[in-house]
Design a protein around this ligand. Sequence first.
Ligand code: PEP
Ligand code: MN
Length: 338
Amino acid sequence: MIIVTKPEATEEQVQHIVDRILEWGLKAEVSKGALRTVIGIIGPEDAVRERPIAAIPGVESVTPVLKPYKLVAREFRGGNSSKVKIGNVTVGGGEVVVMSGPCSVESRDQITSIAHEIKKAGATILRGGAFKPRTSPYSFQGLGVEGLRLLAEAREETGLPIITEIMDTKDLEVMEQYADCLQVGARNMQNFALLKEVGRSKLPVMLKRGMSATIKDLLMSAEYILSEGNFNVLLCERGIRTFETYTRNTLDLNAVPVLQAETHLPVIVDPTHGIGLREHILPMALAAVAAGADGIMIEVHNSPELAKSDGEQALLPDEFTDLVERVRKVAQAVGRSL
Ligand code: PEP
Ligand code: MN
């Protein structure tokens, strides 16, 4: 931690800052400049992280030297990347993983037929929401536990492991009976009770970036999950809110290389929610893989116009087949496989 004092800070104020540091059991390295004094705090930064140092009279700025996240930091794995298993699929091993399925599970016929289609196209993980986080309480809320059962039936028929969203801590037990991977959605990225609960689960977790969350916020939320013992975590960039209204969100592909530099956790990109317009999903999926994503998540529906949620951004199975083909070529071009 490095403290810089204000130019007008008095000798007494500088001494007071030093006294506080010593009081906290740390050492202070004082370096006086012509205008300002720089004070380096020597010792474990954790001991002072929570202290409101900027509130001490005479302090102009406080700069931490260490990152606030530890377990998710790339250094924690000695610079290596983590691999996460979802059923029989490995995410983060160099192969681009494609997750796909409808926004919501709507019926047995719908989920099983889409599961067969996306498998044929090359997807290896089936997605589908049973508990849906809808903006309006009057919108379709999902089939609940029945949706989970239908997902499990589709898994039985196709062999595809399933990822589905958990919205409530009380649902963990039933989720664990059916799901292969838990999704924590954008709206719950900072639901800390839920993060701790899934952190105690044996299931892998895909944590989606909140729509107004910074990359650091996302990493801190992931830290919650790892700090409870669950290291099987994927991060998902799914677009953030900006001033742009043409698209549903702004897919922040900057997050891919930044996250990969900062953390050992695999990074998934969801161009479907990121752009929200079916005709523009393909180029963003290609860009995601070119940028280095470990996987993509794409919503597919066999009849988008009848979908109970997110129909306007769902691809038809044929369009999805074409997308996977093109993604495969980009993956190969950047030294990856699919
Ligand atoms: C979803 O995956 O269908 C979903 C609701 O995503 P998000 O949480 O990113 O909005
Ligand atoms: Mn959706």
